[in-house]
Design a protein around this ligand. Structure first.
Ligand code: ARG
Length: 570
């Protein structure tokens, strides 16, 4: 069944077409009525006619029967539409019969590669990686539901000059010892020690340098040690992922090193296209439109003067591979805003080289910073990187106390505490428009009131408790929308597909967060005004229970799309 807005457009488009082929009705949700059609004004301008008159003509031509119960022309030519109750009911019935609750899957959505999380080997994941992981995970889930074939790519930093010193440090410590330290997740300690030795000890520095050479030359023993470092880090990342409940798996790890064998082809392609310019021994491309502060053209360095390849080369190879081999129509890079210029340049060069042909697109899904209560970058008290595992553990502990305080005392406490903590962290992150910074604030994100994960989880659990109290099976009847609170809940329920579509469009899960929060509020006001279990008659009771059921399902589905679990009890 098409969504309500799709059904409306089906009726409106022919009317607009009749006046001016291809004219867009510009359909919007509205608080005034249910929908507002804003396209009459632009159309009137094009036709050189009075907008209200055009609006009237549209209404006279469009067949809105059965779908719209009343219309009104407002202001300079807005058309307000009120949806007929029977149309809302039809939508609700269809929704109830559909696992996706009416969210349509677009058969043309194509292959989307999502590059997210991407922590660095032998380095602690920081809150930037947390954001990337949480946003990326949610986008993958949403894109999958809407029909895309999603390929997850965890582009871990597993290659480069630091591996010389890391491997030498590993040898100094002794393999067993080093692995022991890394397996408890002390990645930063390991890295910092290696770095300190590198800076202080010339002999170590020399060994590190020649180790890099062996690594690049593919020396078997060196590769074995490198793999050890990678494996221990990936194991640690996986522990964080499973704690967080994100869908990233080991098979999604396709790190920078994967592209090593593809780098020569990148250079060859660029060379053949006549794009390579030598700049002090480095092979560069100068995409038009990029300049430094002095106004000089900015190079994207493909191969450094020491013949080594860097971050940009790997990203070029990745675009080439993702489109050329994986068949991506779209590539999303869920990476912090500070890397905006890097991606703009990589995408520009990829286009020049023909790796992003017509019909394909690369998008930097940028996000802002996580700030501490002091509005500066979120750090530990000592000024270090916040260890993600510690952060998640602290959240779970805090959620546990909050649940205990609320009288939660059954044996699901531990599991629920984890679900609530992850829900709180994820919702706080996802509900802010992704471009903006946000302040990491435990008390706010864990509150059971306001736009928080726990509030929505609680709204869901509260509905589930209604069904637990139900003694009999309600008669299967139709849905009745006699009370205004029932109708506004219904109206909001059927808008789920539009909220999902808006999220896909903006690639910002905050749209879905807003929708779910509003839904929970509509439900609360319905529940305050309309008795469910004590409804005046059996038909009303059955109908209200159906509305409860649809609300719970929508909350569960919506939270699921954010990667947030919906416990049955809280
Ligand atoms: N490893 C990088 C970092 O920690 C992020 C990589 C993002 N993805 C990419 N294709 N460049 O900043």
């Amino acid at each position: 069944m098409p969504t309500l807005s799709a059904r409306l457009l089906d009726r409106l488009v022919p009317a607009f077409d009749q006046l001016d082929p291809g004219a867009d009705p510009v359909l919007r949700e509205s608080d005034r009525a249910d929908f507002q059609v804003n396209g009459a004004m632009a159309l009137a301008k094009r036709l050189g006619r009075a907008p209200r008159e055009v609006a009237e003509e549209i209404l006279a031509i469009a067949d809105l029967s059965g779908l719209v119960s009343s219309t009104e022309i407002a202001g300079p030519g807005f058309i307000n539409l009120t949806i007929a109750d029977e149309a809302l009911i039809e939508q609700l019935v269809e929704m109830g019969d559909d696992e996706a609750l009416g969210v349509p899957a677009d058969p043309e959505a194509g292959v989307v590669v999502v590059d997210y999380s991407a922590p660095n080997v032998a380095k602690e994941m920081h809150v930037g990686h947390l954001r990337s992981t949480v946003i990326g995970d949610s986008l993958c889930r949403i894109l999958e539901l809407t029909g895309a074939v999603v390929v997850r790519r965890n582009h871990v930093g597993d290659w480069g000059t630091p591996f010389g010193m890391l491997i030498e440090h590993l040898l100094d410590m002794g393999e067993a010892e080093a692995v022991q330290g890394l397996s408890v997740g002390d990645l930063n300690g390991f890295y910092t020690e290696a770095r300190a030795k590198f800076d202080a000890d010339d002999g170590f520095k020399e060994r590190s340098r020649s180790r890099v050479v062996s690594l690049q030359a593919g020396d078997e023993e060196t590769l074995r040690l490198w793999r050890l470092l990678v494996a221990e880090s990936v194991r640690y990342f996986d522990a964080v992922y499973s704690e967080l409940g994100v869908l990233l798996e080991e098979s999604d790890v396709v790190g920078e090193s994967y592209y090593n064998p593809l780098l020569d082809a990148v250079v060859d392609d660029l060379d053949a296209a006549g794009l390579l310019v030598d700049s002090n021994g480095a092979a560069c491309v100068f995409p038009p439109g990029f300049t430094n502060r002095a106004g000089e053209p900015l190079p994207l360095i493909v191969r450094k003067s020491d013949e080594g390849y860097g971050y940009a080369a790997t990203d070029l190879a990745a675009v080439r591979d993702r489109v050329g081999t994986l068949g991506a129509q779209r590539i999303l890079y869920v990476v912090g805003a500070p890397q905006a210029q890097h991606f703009e340049m990589v995408f520009a060069v990829a286009k020049m080289a023909g790796w992003l042909p017509e019909g394909t697109e690369a998008i930097h899904v940028a996000f802002g910073n996580v700030l501490g209560p002091d509005r500066k970058m979120f750090k530990t008290r000592a000024g270090g990187t916040v260890k993600l595992q510690d952060l998640l553990a602290e959240g779970t502990e805090r959620a546990r106390s909050a649940l205990l305080e609320r009288g939660h005392d059954d044996d699901s406490l531990e599991a629920t505490a984890r679900q609530v903590a992850m829900g709180a962290i994820k919702f706080a992150d996802l509900s802010t428009d992704r471009q903006r910074d946000y302040i990491f604030d435990w008390d706010r994100m864990l509150a059971f009131e306001g736009a928080t994960g726990p509030y929505l989880q609680y709204a869901h659990a509260r509905i589930r408790s209604i069904f637990r109290r139900l003694e009999d099976q309600p008669a299967a009847g139709g849905i009745l929308l006699g009370h205004p609170a029932e109708r506004s809940l219904a109206r909001h329920l059927v808008a789920l597909p539009d909220a999902v579509a808006a999220t896909v469009e903006s690639l910002s899960p905050s749209k879905l967060c807003t929708y779910l929060f509003d839904l929970a509020q509509h439900f609360t006001s319905f529940y305050e005004q309309c008795s469910v279990l004590q409804a005046p008659d059996e038909a009303t009771r059955a109908s209200r229970l159906e509305l409860c059921e649809l609300t719970a399902s929508s909350l569960r589905l919506g939270l699921g799309l954010l990667g947030i679990e919906a416990p049955e009890r809280m």
